[in-house]
Design a protein around this ligand. Structure first.
Ligand code: ATP
Ligand code: FE2
Length: 329
């Protein structure tokens, strides 16, 4: 039996998850939010420092275990905001020393993907849409390859920036979804898909202008934003399915919580007889359970750092999905 602790701290969320032989037995998190401005990395890191012990003990409680029952500690090594990543790594090293247990550094994006496999997907094309990242990923010959991605902004950051312009706070995604449900009028926006890549800066400029000029109702802008950007994502994902010949689409990342996006993906999958998979919202947004889940798989395949190797571990704020050798498949 193995009990793995997972620490997530790449951006706004401090999360602790606990996995016991592939089963999630705790998933606790606390999110840094604002009422009007965007995310400030140093402030978010302070939030993590403040919340780490509380979240840790809540997770132990939820799992019904004691500190000493933990066999291995996994943490998000990157990509992410450096000050936030540092808090997570410091906590991992602190626990490793205190409990005399090894550490497994985990790639955050691949964790989003691997946790999705708990829904039953086996060899999917994954549409990974979060704050900083927008990628279409699939496994091929030892690595998770990026088939398509955003050429400028991540969809989540793009939505959050629009929300900030509109003065409705962070995170913007859930609020924009609510507004979009009340929108009726479709306003034409620049639709940019190049192969399996997308670009959003043109839409952003246009939306900002519309907001400044008060040309349209916020509900209609939110509705048009979602319809345009999600259609671009669905088109790219469909092209990746066709290109790879794979028959499963898996969603991951916080933006995938959006019910309109899920609906559009389901329609596309039905039309091309592909299977659609999507984890629950708690596993789509940043969480410690996905870090523990992938950390445990890596640990069981022999990947680990013991206490006397802790100085070899550092954060990797710019680590890319396709840089990681997948040695555990
Ligand atoms: P990354 O994985 O790139 O490090 P992140 O840490 O910002 O990103 P997530 O928690 O995966 O990650 O996603 C957060 C994003 O999801 C935010 O931009 C938020 O606005 C967006 N989001 C959350 N719920 C919704 C929703 N219902 N509709 C659209 N976007 C949403
Ligand atoms: Fe994330």
């Amino acid at each position: 039996m193995t009990i793995t602790l997972g620490i997530e701290s790449t951006a706004h969320t401090f999360g602790i998850g606990i996995v016991k032989d592939g089963k999630i037995i705790a998933n606790k998190k606390d999110m840094y939010t604002t009422k009007s401005g965007g995310i400030i990395p140093i402030e978010s890191a302070k939030h993590h420092l403040l919340k780490k012990n509380e979240t840790f003990f809540e997770a132990l409680d939820e799992a019904g275990i004691k500190k000493k029952d933990i066999d291995v500690i996994a943490f998000s090594q990157g990509p992410g905001l450096a000050p936030c990543l540092l808090e997570g790594m410091k906590f991992a090293k602190e626990l490793s020393k205190k409990l005399n247990k090894p550490i497994v550094p985990v790639n955050h994006c691949i964790a989003h993907l691997e946790i999705g496999k708990t829904t039953g997907a086996k060899n999917p094309v994954m549409l990974y849409i979060s704050g900083a990242n927008t990628q279409i990923i699939s496994y091929s010959s030892g690595k998770y390859r990026i088939f398509g991605e955003t050429l400028d902004l991540g969809v989540g950051n793009f939505i959050d920036t629009f929300a900030r312009f509109a003065g409705i706070g962070f995170p913007g995604g859930p609020k924009i979804q609510e507004l979009a449900e009340k929108g009726k009028k479709y306003i034409e926006l620049p639709y940019k898909v190049k192969g399996m890549d997308i670009a959003l800066s043109g839409i952003q400029t246009k939306l900002k202008k519309f907001l400044e000029n008060k040309d349209y109702k916020l509900e209609d802008l939110a509705f048009s934003l979602q319809e345009t950007v999600f259609a671009m994502l669905v088109e790219s994902a469909e092209r990746a399915l066709a290109h790879t010949g794979k028959k499963e689409l898996l969603l991951g990342g916080g933006v995938a919580c959006n019910s309109r996006l899920q609906e559009m993906c389901k329609i596309m999958c039905k039309e091309r007889r592909a299977k659609f998979f999507c984890p629950s919202n708690g596993l789509l947004t940043d969480n410690g359970a996905m870090i523990a889940y992938l950390g445990e798989i890596m640990f069981k395949s022999g990947i680990k750092f013991s206490q006397n190797q802790l100085n070899k571990i550092d954060i990797l704020p710019k680590q890319r999905t396709d840089e990681v050798d997948v040695l555990w498949e």
